[in-house]
Design a protein around this ligand. Structure first.
Ligand code: ASP
Length: 303
């Protein structure tokens, strides 16, 4: 049984294989021809214990474009609200034998636990601050489409590095694929250690932005903080992206953001909407072919 639980378990070849298939689906979506019955008669269960806009919707569209049926389990209307515990909920749902599970949970490693009990592929749609592998794959697809490569790219990730699963998965994927990754965060939002020694850490935009091909900004993950570690205003003042700072520090850089974007804190509107600089909506669009590739390669191959 193959699952996708994190970038940590993939090597460069496996990442490349997902990206190749994702590019094929990206091309196919443009030309309008792909196998719309690839997942015919398969039922995909969405188990989202945390909110989602982009990930949940794009997994659903991806599954439907491949002919699968999708069941969206909802924690608020489920028996969790009547006191059933997580393990019983999971055992109940896996005993209904879906053909694939896509899940998101606030607990570290929850998808791995579900994978140990499910008789079908489990795809991690984000767990705690640990990993969000399909986000990193779609980000990589977006970079490769724009720059024609990932190897050698200089990518600076700015924001709440300590609490962000997007930072975690991207640091791993980009380093494994040969990009040069830097992270910029206020000291209180920088983790104690980074996954690879090649990753450079800075606590100011002035130090971290020069030379960047891509600047990826992340929101403050307030739901994972016990108390506010920095105010929105102080964050914007020092780490918010403005047209002026970008012109001065990295005029060539493209801007990426996994969503949700918090305007006026992570960046000013003119940056988010700058068609020359912003790849944000390309990232969203690439969620579909990337998730089609993942579903195809994991769920499509199970007899
Ligand atoms: N949507 C991404 C995630 O689920 C990023 C974020 O929420 O800031 O991790």
């Amino acid at each position: 049984m193959r699952h996708l639980l994190g970038i940590d378990e993939l090597d460069a070849g496996q990442i490349g294989a997902f990206l190749t298939r994702a590019q094929e689906y990206s091309d196919a979506l443009k030309s309008g021809s792909w196998n719309t019955e690839r997942l015919k008669n398969k039922v995909i269960l969405h188990l989202f214990f945390e909110n989602s806009t982009r990930t949940l919707t794009s997994f659903e569209i991806a599954a439907k474009r491949l002919g699968a049926d999708v069941v969206n389990w909802n924690p608020e209307t489920s028996s969790l609200a009547k006191g059933e515990n997580f393990i019983d909920t999971v055992d109940t749902l896996v005993s209904m034998k879906p053909d694939g599970i896509v899940m998101r949970h606030s607990e570290y490693g929850a998808p791995k636990f579900v994978a140990s009990r499910a008789g079908c592929p489990v795809i991690n749609g984000g767990d705690s601050w640990r990993e969000h592998p399909t986000q990193a794959l779609l980000d990589a697809l977006t970079m490769r489409q724009h720059f024609g490569k990932i190897e050698g790219l200089k990518v600076t990730i700015v924001g709440d590095i300590a609490h962000s699963r997007v930072a975690s998965s991207n640091m791993q994927l980009l380093t494994k694929m040969g990009a040069q990754v830097s992270v910029v965060a206020p000291k209180v939002l920088m983790p104690e250690s980074l996954p690879f020694k090649e990753i450079k850490a800075y606590d100011s935009l002035e130090d971290g932005l020069p030379g960047a091909d891509v600047v990826m900004t992340l929101r403050l993950q307030k739901e994972r903080m016990d108390k506010a570690l920095i105010s929105d205003a102080a964050y914007f003042n020092e780490f918010g992206l403005t047209f002026e700072k970008l012109e001065k520090l990295c005029p060539q850089a493209m801007i990426m953001e996994p969503g949700p974007l918090v305007r006026g804190v992570q960046m000013e509107d003119s940056v988010a909407e700058d068609p020359q600089r912003s790849l944000i909506l390309r990232q969203v669009a690439n969620g579909i072919p990337t998730r089609m590739a993942v579903l195809d390669m994991l769920v499509g191959d199970v007899a």
